[in-house]
Ligand binder design. Structure first.
Ligand code: SAM
Length: 284
């Protein structure tokens, strides 16, 4: 259906199906007509591609993806939306809806089964209650995708795209930089949604790297160090990394060996420096 950004049309469909928004599932649907075509176009929804969507709502983005890509597989947790989607997406024969929690879905298997011979990409207007866990899941799974293009809360977008070594940087920014090159694409005002959330949003694209940005001995240990370092924001690296089971003395020694001052804060460290510290800690 073309007019899924028309508020009266969406309300009529919802009422007819007895559907009401679930706040707990982060259901804020896009009603600004310019947003979904832009996400689809900037998110690699095109010939030769299969697109994974997370959270369909009434299918407003799904429709734009299906118009452009060869195949779309969408994972939607809310079973009440299925009869609505059968109606709103009826004109497309290239969409597969999976009624499941994305965090419990084997997306690698889905891509292998649904996108035979196609390149893959992820596009979504993410439910805000679970943004970071979903992004971490997509990255850590090392999905064979070209890009992950997602709408997130503006603040989350700034954090996700923050350069390591800058004030906004956190554990999730380092994970993003490790696996991908992040880009903030455009902002979306709160009035573009129904119901309207309390915050503005932005669309970011993570272009997945062929190889991680740094090479380390043990990736799991690197992220243990990063998570520990950022667990207590205002403390120095050597103090906060103790939460990862690394003593302050060992941490200071590793910093010294890496040629880094002992009172450095985690947000001042680059990904390369985290990699160096993690490798030194593994050997001592
Ligand atoms: N794509 C639609 C749009 O842009 O209007 C809906 C976006 S809405 C912000 C998020 C969607 O994700 C909702 O449809 C919600 O039911 C779904 N959702 C929430 N948690 C989910 C989960 N764990 N797995 C899959 N879908 C989920």
């Amino acid at each position: 259906m073309e007019n899924l950004t028309n508020i009266s049309v969406v309300r009529e469909i919802m009422e007819r199906h007895g559907f009401s928004f679930s706040k707990a599932l982060g259901q804020n649907f896009i009603v600004n007509p310019s947003v979904c075509p832009k996400i689809a176009e900037m998110g690699n929804a095109r010939k030769g591609f299969g697109v994974i969507e997370i959270g369909t709502g009434v299918g407003v983005l799904t429709h734009e993806l299906a118009k452009r890509a060869d195949r779309v597989t969408a994972v939607e947790i809310d079973q009440r939306l299925l009869p609505i989607l059968s109606e709103t997406l009826a004109e497309h024969d290239n969409i597969h809806i999976i009624n499941a929690d994305v965090m419990k879905t084997d997306l690698k298997k889905v891509i292998a089964e649904d996108f035979d011979g196609l390149e893959a990409a992820v596009c979504a207007n993410l439910p805000y209650y679970i943004t970071s866990p979903i992004i971490m899941y997509l990255l850590e799974e090392r999905l064979p995708v070209r890009s992950i293009t997602v709408m997130v809360q503006k603040e989350a977008g700034v954090r996700l795209c923050a350069e390591p070594g800058t004030r906004e940087c956190g554990a999730v920014s380092l994970a993003v930089s490790y696996y991908a090159e992040p880009k903030l694409l455009f902002n979306v005002s709160r009035g573009s949604f129904m119901p309207s959330p309390n915050v503005d949003s932005c669309v970011i694209r993570l272009d997945i790297r062929e190889e991680p940005a740094v090479s380390v001995r043990d990736e799991v240990f690197l992220f243990k160090v990063i998570r520990g370092a950022f667990s207590q924001r205002r403390k120095t690296f050597a103090n906060s990394v103790t939460t990862a089971g690394i003593s302050k003395e060992r941490a200071v020694m590793a910093l010294e060996q890496a040629g880094i001052q002992p009172n450095i804060r985690p947000e001042q460290l680059t990904l390369e420096q985290f990699g160096m510290i993690a490798d030194i800690l593994l050997q001592t």
